[in-house]
Design a protein around this ligand. Structure first.
Ligand SMILES: C[S@@+](CC[C@H](N)C(=O)[O-])C[C@H]1O[C@@H](n2cnc3c(N)ncnc32)[C@H](O)[C@@H]1O
Ligand code: SF4
Length: 473
């Protein structure tokens, strides 16, 4: 068992700074002004440090360990303020240990899901520190999905991204994406998911993975799996990719190939997963299910298949009425009963020994999970820089070529649809769709501007759809 130590807050006095002291450590490093945010803490820290007549005093440190035998996390606070944080840390560790069994180990930390940093890890402690110093006054995103390209070798029946494609707009350059990654990390994002299109079609994909500050965030990827050669797997791993989700749309190989319109696509995707596993990557399956898949047992068969292949996790999305499926009929969507069935499957399989860990959208975006992530803990960016609430919501709140990410995020939070939380996926909510989605003209390029004043912005997508009536004037 390896114990990791983290210096959370140390203050130094007598260094000639205006305040007569300087703070360092994870809490001081969160781009939150500690002196303004917690003036009592900083005054007390300076006084104590002076009284002790020492140049520097550690106020808080953490010793954290993941015990491979018991599969439990332990934490011990150190420093002058340790007694103040003991209870809070005990509660945090209890919550982590109750979450379930770890599905893998990564640099001596436990991985509980492919979407969260390992525990302990520098990026997990950075995230925890951010939450601690920031408080709850401003909700900040923890996950972003970046559509690094719209290009794809497939043309899937259900593709959520198909209507973002445009021959007239220019995809973000390598440098622009690196800037986006920095801004996302500064906003507190700890899970950066590269998606597409097919992200492996971007030649600079390894540079984009390398651009993620691995002390702050996971680099994850969604892929159709067709390009996963041994060489690419090795390069992805070397660049620091944390996890990859490979798409399988049906347990029946011929049905998967039909839905993805590609011969032999199922076999290639499964082989790609096996290569990625052999190459030491954390691998998940990403699938989506409709009512018949739940009722005819295929959702459960997909979990069994994930177990046979040996992947770490499976994410089961609902069929979301978006992209090519934007005009889907109600009966093609999951009913509440179907969702309950999926939640039962998730419980049943997560209680079993061994992998895969099962995540269902039905649970995680529902009332007993975290609720809708969109504009709450997540944003999505199209290949052209439009910032949307999630992968599946075709509304944009601004473009990164026009404004900072923080400004666009705040606009999203101020919008009537996103200023309160939702305990279900908004894109499956008939009321939300009636208000914000059904009015989007059928023939336009997506995403659609969420507020009228965006039409005046230089990179509003509707500006680029030449001749669109809403843009004129
Ligand atoms: C848009 S794809 C992009 C990455 C890659 N090309 C792939 O196919 O995995 C990301 C994930 O979203 C899922 N997805 C796409 N459209 C969807 C929809 N309408 N409902 C549910 N999931 C969807 C895909 O199946 C895939 O697992
Ligand atoms: S779902 Fe993925 S693989 Fe299929 S067309 Fe869309 S981007 Fe391409």
């Amino acid at each position: 068992m390896t114990t990791k130590t983290f210096d959370m807050l140390t203050v130094e006095t007598g260094n000639g700074s205006a305040l007569g002291m300087r703070a360092r450590g994870f809490l001081a490093d969160q781009k939150v002004d500690l002196c303004r945010k917690h003036p009592w803490l900083m005054r007390a820290a300076t006084a104590v440090t002076r009284l002790r007549r020492r140049g520097e005093t550690q106020l808080l440190g953490l010793e954290m360990a993941a015990d491979p035998e018991t599969q439990k996390i332990s934490v011990r606070p150190t420093g002058l303020l340790a007694p103040l944080f003991r209870r809070q840390l005990d509660r945090l560790v209890q919550r982590i240990n109750a979450y379930g069994r770890p599905i893998a180990t990564h640099n001596d930390g436990f991985v509980y899901t492919l979407y969260q940093p390992p525990v302990p890890s520098t990026r997990m402690v950075n995230h925890f520190s951010r939450v601690l110093v920031q408080g709850r006054d401003l909700v900040r995103p923890t996950t972003c999905t970046l559509q690094v390209t719209t290009r794809c070798q497939l043309d899937c029946y259900h593709c959520s991204a198909a209507r973002f494609k445009s021959a007239e707009r220019e995809e973000l350059t390598t440098d622009e994406w690196i800037g986006v990654v920095r801004q996302a990390e500064d906003l507190g994002v700890n899970n950066i998911v590269l998606t597409g299109g097919e992200p492996l079609l971007r030649k600079d994909i390894y540079d984009l993975i390398r651009a993620v500050n691995h002390d702050r965030a996971n680099a994850a990827m969604f892929t159709n799996g067709l390009l996963l050669t041994d060489e690419r797997v090795a390069r992805l791993r070397e660049a620091g990719l944390f996890s990859m989700m490979v798409s399988l749309d049906d347990v029946r190989p011929e049905k998967h190939d039909e839905l993805r319109r590609v011969p032999d696509g199922f076999r290639k995707a499964v082989e790609g997963m096996r290569r990625a596993l052999d190459g030491g990557l954390l691998v998940g399956i990403s699938t989506y299910v409709g009512p018949e898949d739940v009722r005819e047992g295929r959702a459960e068969q997909m979990i069994e298949l994930a177990r046979d292949i040996g992947v770490h996790e499976i994410t089961i999305f609902d069929t979301v009425p978006t992209g090519k499926l934007l005009p889907l009929e109600d009966e093609q969507l999951l009913s509440e009963e179907d969702k309950q069935g999926l939640i039962e499957l998730e419980r049943k399989h997560n209680a079993r020994e061994g992998n895969p860990h099962v995540i269902t959208q039905a649970f995680i975006n529902g009332p007993d999970g975290a609720g809708c992530f969109a504009g709450y803990i997540q944003f999505y960016m199209t290949a052209f820089g439009d910032v949307n609430p999630c992968d599946f919501t075709p509304l944009t709140f601004g473009n990164i070529r026009d404004e900072s990410l923080a400004a666009i995020w705040e606009r999203m939070l101020a919008h009537p649809a996103y200023c309160t939380r939702s305990d279900h996926c908004r894109m499956q909510d008939p009321e939300f769709r009636r208000k914000y989605i059904d009015g989007i003209p059928e023939d336009v390029l997506l995403p659609w501007p969420a507020t009228g004043d965006l039409l005046g912005h230089a990179h509003c997508p509707q500006k680029c759809a030449a001749g669109h009536a809403a843009c004129v004037g």
